[in-house]
Design a protein around this ligand. Sequence first.
Ligand code: ZN
Length: 89
Amino acid sequence: MNNYPPGVTGREYEIAGPDAEWTETKEVYCQWEDCPHFEKEVEVELDVESYRGQWWTTYTCPTCEKDSEFDGEIETADPDEAWDNRDFD
Ligand SMILES: [Zn+2]
């Protein structure tokens, strides 16, 4: 039983939220051209979210304090498997 309208399963991102959330060290860079750190890669630990095989994260540059967004595809197609492979450190 659910109260969702036809065609809505309750699994939609807006309702169910991300399939997974985890913290991961990623190589990212500032995407703002006017920043001295523009496109200078740094390794930082970021909160990553995923939904339906896509992940995304936001890096806030400590220099200009603007956000850069990164996303991509999860290598394992199965979101449950991606969940199991999370790094719990
Ligand atoms: Zn910056």
